[in-house]
Design a protein. Structure first.
Length: 219
């Protein structure tokens, strides 16, 4: 073992900074492999942190919590710069769009919420999952958003159509909401079901293939 870092009772996942030596586990702390103590402690959530993700520019990190909020933190000073509220249950997944403008979050309420990071506003809602959304991932070109759930499905959403109004700044300034279809199924590109495996992790390959992982227990 190279080095041990103290954490909480459960460390579910780690996210490494693009520089490689800094990482953020579920604890809501920023660590470096060459330090024994955390570099930053992101204090503010009122319950456990369930997921983390670095922004593409690596200057920010997002944390999703059981307190039903997502917070965006400045990596350099540890300050909270955005608080996103809207989910009705604990947050279990989040991901940034490749261009860094948008954030997608998933929770136990089965919804996927879309956020404009610059304005700090919710700009869309994707409905369809019947259980916790455990994983979210944008394709490398940002055209597709994949969501994996405890309902044993992977769903693919049209990210281009979801964000096209925002890309042209054509949205309602009074509310900050864009004119997404009232029925989010219009954005659904496809649903892929497993036999009995909850989907807990998704990954897009360089060839734009979706890899899905889950815990399988034969009956």
């Amino acid at each position: 073992m190279f080095r041990e870092f103290p954490g909480g009772p459960v460390v579910g996942t780690l996210r490494f900074h693009c520089r490689g030596h800094e990482f953020s586990p579920w604890s809501g702390k920023l660590w470096a492999t060459d330090h024994y103590q955390p570099l930053r402690i992101f204090a503010g959530h009122l319950a456990d942190v369930n997921c983390t993700r670095f922004h593409p520019n690596s200057n920010y990190v997002a944390t999703g919590s059981a307190d039903r909020t997502v917070r965006l933190w400045d990596v350099l000073n540890g300050n909270c710069v955005r608080i996103f509220t809207g989910h009705k249950g604990p947050i279990h997944s989040l991901t940034f769009s490749p261009n860094g403008r948008f954030l997608a979050t998933g929770a136990t309420d089965g919804r996927v919420l879309l956020w404009d990071i610059g304005h700090g506003l919710m700009v869309g809602e994707l409905k369809g999952h019947s259980d916790t959304v455990c994983s979210l991932r944008f394709s490398r070109d940002g055209e597709i958003l994949a969501s994996g759930s405890m309902d044993n499905t992977v769903r693919l959403w049209d990210a281009i159509k979801a964000f096209e109004d925002l890309e042209t700044d054509d949205f309602t300034t009074a509310t900050g909401h864009i004119n997404l279809p009232e029925n989010s199924q219009e954005l659904l590109l496809g649903t892929y079901m497993t036999k009995s495996t909850p989907v807990v992790h998704l990954h897009f390959t360089r060839r734009n293939l979706v890899l899905a992982a889950g815990a399988y227990s034969p009956q």
